[in-house]
Design a protein around this ligand. Sequence first.
Ligand code: SIN
Length: 486
Amino acid sequence: MNLQHPNLLRQQAYLNGQWVSAKSQQTLAVTNPATGETLAHVPNLSAEEAQQAVHEAHQAQHHWAKLSAQTRCDHLLNWYNLILKHKDDLAQILSAEQGKPLKESQSEIEYGANYIRFYAEQAKRIYGETLPAANSDQRILVIKQPIGVAAAITPWNFPNAMIARKVAPALAAGCSFIVRPASQTPLSALALAYLSEQAQFPKGLFNVLTGESQPLGEVLTQHPLIRKFSFTGSTSVGQKLYAQASKNITKVSLELGGNAPFIVFADADLDSAIEGAIAAKYRNSGQTCVCANRFYVHSSIYDAFIERLTKASEKLRLGNAFTGSPDLGPLIDSKAVEHANALLKDALTKGASLTTGGKIDPELGGTYFQATVLKDANHNMDLAHEELFAPIAAIYPFDEEEEVIRYANDTPYGLSAYFYSRDIGRITRVYEQLQYGIVGVNTGLISNPEAPFGGVKQSGIGREGSHHGIEDYLELKYILLAGINA
Ligand code: SIN
């Protein structure tokens, strides 16, 4: 890293406006997945330290909620401007701890910042209602108030943007916020905290807790002062956290695993479908919850699609974020590589064959997985049912529209789906029948702050982004004004 502002690289947690070490002095190492090199150490905070942070965030929330919407908006815009000003440094920190190419980190920083800008404006659009009452001497008012202290556990695949899209609506609504970032990628969270300090956020408003997931997760899901908990990560961890949050009936948002179908109908524009397939499959080396997991391609264009996708995949360069300008970085760790290899092996033994890739790059080292295309995938293979989280495109043939809709929906997940067609009748029929929270039609990139992001079935609860996303941080209060003519 070559940071213009080395202060952005923090090695302490940020609680109640202070940079703190663990009382125990214990730390956790943060490593670069590309090289295995240790980048930094962050505090391994205890459950007691987390509880203290909750009390402080509660105090901060009380004051913050009393400020005008315009003041909350101004604070968020100051933060947004600082984030953009330090975009290059933030991208370097992100790439160093996460591994993704610098150009992807830069677009993640902008993506995250756009949530902050969007919700800065939304702070001024939290509207109430007056409703007609049954009695003429009564009026019904409905107001929206901040829910209280909000907490989140965020994943390593988007160390900046997944925080931004939770904290921005929380602060805009008048909540304070505590985040426990993934242990692999706490440095981006701490850099955001540093910039919140520079933006003169009141102390205790935005807090970054570092440490082990279990003790901190228990506090963040079960502390009675935390009224809203948000998590992005796997369905299995989400299920545990959801159960924990039930103790105090804490409101939850969960953005969990996916198993995205990507359907290419016979009438699709093939060039555009290939471009979309590259984007939907290889973003962050296949490590996003919305990455295409199953490619269904009509038999009449099956061979042509595979040939083109294979050629396009072969052009993608693997490499370290800091050398050259690679298209794909490493997988996050050796466990991720083992998972990808196991799914690949299972598919190969059950009849699939490779048209390109399928290996760890021999020169770059253990975590670099080649862009891989696998033909003749079928539903007996594990990769039809499990999230790959790797740059492996598995292609399944199909013949009929109804058949492919059935395949696409045959999963307990329902986060995102994609399809390509130029027939407006088919487009309408298919998007209406896909059981997914997000559907991309003739595009492979569906993420944006103006839209509600989230899934159905085991992919989660709630939506992030858009005017809908702030509702999870607000409570409705109904006031009955009576005796008006008395
Ligand atoms: C995710 O992988 O969880 C989020 C991806 C996105 O926001 O595009």
